[in-house]
Design a binder for this molecule. Structure first.
Ligand code: GDP
Ligand code: IMO
Ligand code: MG
Length: 429
């Protein structure tokens, strides 16, 4: 297995960016395969902090980076993010960054619709990033989308645009919004096309060629398994499949290319946006986790909800993503807790569950069943070897492994790139 697929095993923000950056030193290609600029991946390298939303994290090291067909691409955001990273000294050219021809575009009216729907939903809102992700995926599945390859054929766009604008104008009318200004949209697309087109390539071909040459491909997931459109806490999810299987369909490499599936797992749990969260701590504990872990969203700046480690959810993620091993992150945030709790099951009414039932109402009613485990007073922050970890921290890790049925491959002990403990090399497996 020369390749590695990195996915989030909770509700996102597990530290995927840090781990992808760390692993990308040994990868030949890094590929995003789903989501869009709703993601926020933070990389800390010395005194530099890089925040990526759409670009694969491998770009920071200059590793060939590709945006697969499964990603929804906001071309204006793409241009801004490239400019921002170039401003930080990252070299980005069509030689080291490719965009799949078949990525659907996120257009300004997708963003509008995302916001209009959220505003109209009151307490039932999903708490999206308002970046147009859901509406853009809807148009993809509805076979109405404008795709990256269309930017090279704007003169032929007429009939496609008729269908797309007719659909959206009807939706907009329901919100008392003016119809789409087609002339303005065409002008915007014409203006951005020149910037995007040099990056556009048949990414499936690039990846298959890399595979046949024995190169190492690192897939970078966005969001997390519990935000998956099929396997997550529906409807409080994102609009793509976030599980590891999507690395194949979202790039065109085929299922045998996924390699070692590395699930990124935070040593506690966080969530941004609405939806069920059985082990949430709306108290001093949650406050303390949030403060110590700097739990604020990278994309929206929202405070992340915090709670104890939920072994039931991670076990479920390990199963549905076929996780081979996990990277346990933010262990240092738990330093100094006298006692920790781990959720090992749920009580719903008079029944107990060792998995999360599918129905939203059951999920909302699920009461966590906890087991307690002693904490540690020593610091793990910055630890770079197993021997640096206090015995009680090792006990905590071992218990997590037991409960989720999967072994730890990496441990992360600070935001800094090199504060990482390698237990087993995922590329070597
Ligand atoms: P992603 O979306 O999965 O890439 O995660 P984010 O970047 O949104 O959120 C993770 C945050 O935790 C970032 O600010 C990282 O710099 C930080 N981080 C990653 N690993 C660790 C760690 O082991 N310890 C601490 N304290 N912070 C970490
Ligand atoms: P990374 O890759 C955490 C959440 C939003 C909202 C729901 C739907 O940084 O882990 P969307 O805009 O996708 O339609 O929002 O999904 N969400 C994330 N939460 N991390 C992310 O990405 C997320 N991307 C989307 O907060 O609850
Ligand atoms: Mg994030």
């Amino acid at each position: 297995m020369a390749n590695v697929t990195v996915i989030g095993a909770q509700w996102g923000d597990e530290g995927k960016g840090k781990i992808v950056d760390w692993l990308s030193e040994r990868a030949d290609v890094v590929a995003r395969f789903q989501g869009g600029h709703n993601a926020g991946h933070t990389l800390v390298v010395g005194d530099k902090v890089y925040k990526l939303s759409l670009l694969p994290s491998g770009i920071v090291r200059g590793t060939l980076s590709v945006i697969g067909n499964g990603v929804v691409l906001d071309p204006w955001h793409f241009r801004d993010e490239v400019a921002k990273l170039k401003g930080q000294g990252v070299d980005i050219t069509p030689d080291n960054l490719q965009i799949a021809e078949t990525c659907p575009l996120i257009l300004p009216f997708h963003r509008d619709l995302d916001g209009l729907r959220e505003d109209a939903s009151g307490a039932g809102k999903i708490g999206t990033t308002r970046r147009g992700i859901g509406p853009a995926y809807e148009d993809k599945v509805g076979r109405r989308a404008i795709r990256v390859c269309d930017l090279a054929h704007l003169d032929d766009l007429g009939p496609q645009l008729d269908r797309l604008t007719a659909h959206h104008d009807a939706l907009r009318a329901g919100f008392n919004e003016a119809p789409i200004d087609r002339a303005a949209l065409m002008a915007e697309l014409t203006e951005i096309a020149d910037f995007i087109l040099p990056f556009v390539k048949p990414v499936w071909l690039t990846l298959n060629k890399a595979k046949s040459e024995g190169k190492r491909i690192l897939f970078e997931g966005a969001q997390g398994t519990l935000l998956d459109i099929d396997h997550g806490t529906y409807p409080f999810v994102t609009s793509s499949n976030t599980v590891a299987g999507t690395a194949a369909s979202g790039t065109g490499l085929g299922p045998s290319g996924a390699g070692f599936v590395l699930g990124i797992v935070k040593a506690y749990t966080t969530r941004v946006g609405s939806g069920p969260f059985p082990s949430e701590q709306e108290n001093d504990i949650g406050q303390r986790l949030g403060e110590r872990g700097h739990e604020f969203g990278t994309v929206t700046g929202r405070k992340r909800r915090c709670g104890w480690f939920d072994a039931v959810l991670v076990r479920q993620s390990v199963a549905v993503s076929g996780v081979t091993g996990i990277a346990l992150t933010k262990l240092d945030v738990l330093d100094g807790f006298e006692e920790l709790q781990i959720c090992t099951g749920y009580r719903i009414g008079d029944r107990t569950f060792d998995y999360l039932p599918a129905h939203a109402q059951d999920q909302a009613r699920a009461e966590p069943i906890y087991e307690r485990i002693g904490g540690w007073s020593e610091t793990t922050a910055g630890a770079r070897s197993w021997a640096d970890l206090p015995a009680q921290a090792i006990k905590y890790i071992r218990r997590i492994e037991e409960l989720i049925g999967c072994l730890v491959t990496l441990v992360s002990t600070s935001p800094e790139r090199d504060d990482t403990i390698l237990v087993r090399d995922p590329f070597a497996d």
